[in-house]
Design a protein around this ligand. Sequence first.
Ligand code: GLC
Length: 665
Amino acid sequence: MIRRYCFGRVFETDAVQKKPEAQAGALPYFSVNEEEMSLTFSMEKDDIVYGLGENVRGINKRGWMYKSKCSDQPHHHEDTQSMYAAHNFILVSGKEQFGLFIDYPGILTFDVGYTDLSVLKITASDWNLDIYVIEGENPRDIVRQFRALIGRSYIAPRWALGAGQSRWGYMNRDDVREVVRQYRSLGLPLDMVYLDIDYMERYKDFTVNEERFPDFTAFNEEMKEQNIRLIPIIDAAVKEEKGYPVYDEGIEKGYFCTDENGKPFVGAVWPGRSLFTDMLNPEARDWFGNQYKVLLDQGVEGFWNDMNEPAIFYAEDRLADSLSEIAKLAGTQQNLSIEQFREFMGLFSSLSGNPDDYRKFWHDTPQGRFRHDQVHNLYGYNMTRAAGEAFERLEPDKRILLFSRASYIGMHRYGGIWQGDNKSWWSHILLNLHMMPSLNMCGFLYTGADLGGFGCDTTEDLVLRWYALGVFTPLMRNHAAFRTREQEPYQFKDIDSFRRILQLRYCLLPYLYSEYMKAAIDGDMMFRPLSFDHPDDKRCRTIEDQLYLGNELMIAPVYEQNAAGRYVYLPERMKMLRWLGDGKFEETVLEKGDHYIEVPLGDVVFFLREGHLIPVSSGGQCEAEVDFEHVNTLSFGEGAQYEYYHDDGVSRNYEAKENRTILRA
Ligand code: GLC
């Protein structure tokens, strides 16, 4: 059952597709303090708070303060409060059990037992909230109801579940060719190579650098002959440059966000001084979406939308003010006192992502003119919506790959997300795992993290361990930052292990794709905390490093350096599968309870539940080589059967009955 409560003047975010009538009575479970603009719930000792999508910390969010505020956070760690997304859904499980979605595009704070261990307090920056309370039989049922409310998740083409290689620093065609040559000659399966900002002409959206990537259409064809798709990045901000058609037209039509006086707001991002398309103006959104056609026409079939929090390196006037302050400081004397030095450093560090700058520009929407900070969390959502809606117009019969960095619930209908700029840290493997179920709750199914870590130098063991998790996530992409250590599998010694893990991915593709599609169409979770399936098993309620994948598998990756294995808790009898390569698995039946399992570096183990089976293929070098029609099965126990989803992987006829068949052992 879903009930809706309305407070203040609600901004229509389109997160929810069909709104139930607003209730008149008091909001259940919470005490409401309008003056303080807060909602408070008293937590019992054993209550779990799930949710909040992309965020730091555990699957159980208790014990920290989170802020829904889409932020460029490449240095996120435990004490970060906001990441790239704003996902205002929580699920309380304990004495009381309910889901709560706050549809509000400004900044929200979730104090989940931070100030007081037993208090959950949600504070808004404005009293204009649309609140949904969802009750159900169990957590999974609550999530299903919520997902039905917010609409079907974006569906990626099947090839996008293949492996992808990315790096900020592939400068030209030859760099890309070399990546593909290495992969193919070493027998490492691959489907996608990502193009970062250097493919553009001076970071201008919807352009291709003629010198580095001449005849881009022919290059796309050349790649497709090798079953590789090129996936270019698109940034949110548009370069300010007369003669650049996107800029000229945007100015002429008044499609950019404006300052208080109605002049286009200028902030700097990769292209230098840039403007921000008013994604909340439907006409501007359509216009921005149509721009993707330039690349679709050259053979591109997928995109990643970036910097759409939106990130602002500096705003025009703040830079001017800071420079004059710096000149004053530097002008007075040769040596800076410690106070002056701090002021000096502060002037630099406050340039980027400054909250004041987000109050300096405005959106002209059909609902009125809004200062950006009031609708901040909708920006990346609507950039991706611009693209998603355009693809429905421009390519109605074909799925286009699309995922974004910033997001809000509602955007899950238009694209997936990657989990932002992470680091080559062991803790970020676990964070990747934690976010999978939390994101699934919010409708984000096509997701994964930058494997190997984006920022800082990685190590071979870290990449191998991360791959052993990434092999299960729908988005499986190795990506790294400019000037960091190169981390394509072939940069390391143990290529055999990388090859084996990548082969496993393609062997599991029929199952992973089937689970992904069923989760999208049925509004279900592909990854679940163990407690969702065993609500009465106390141990399961505390497990933060194992997940169910579909109804069939449990995963428990190793995420500690120099570990030879790990402990796992089995809530029921399972068959442990150790991938040996060449289509073979070592199979060991393990009883319910605790086990120490050995997992040498390069190995992947996972667990099959009793009475279940999964479809597997004999693999391939790319998705096109995988036989989805004639699959083998891996099973445990008598009478196991599996509902197998299988379609052509590219068209949009998702619901056809013949897409589902029953497989038996
Ligand atoms: C941002 C993106 C990252 C990309 C970089 C350069 O930091 O998150 O993935 O490589 O910009 O475009």
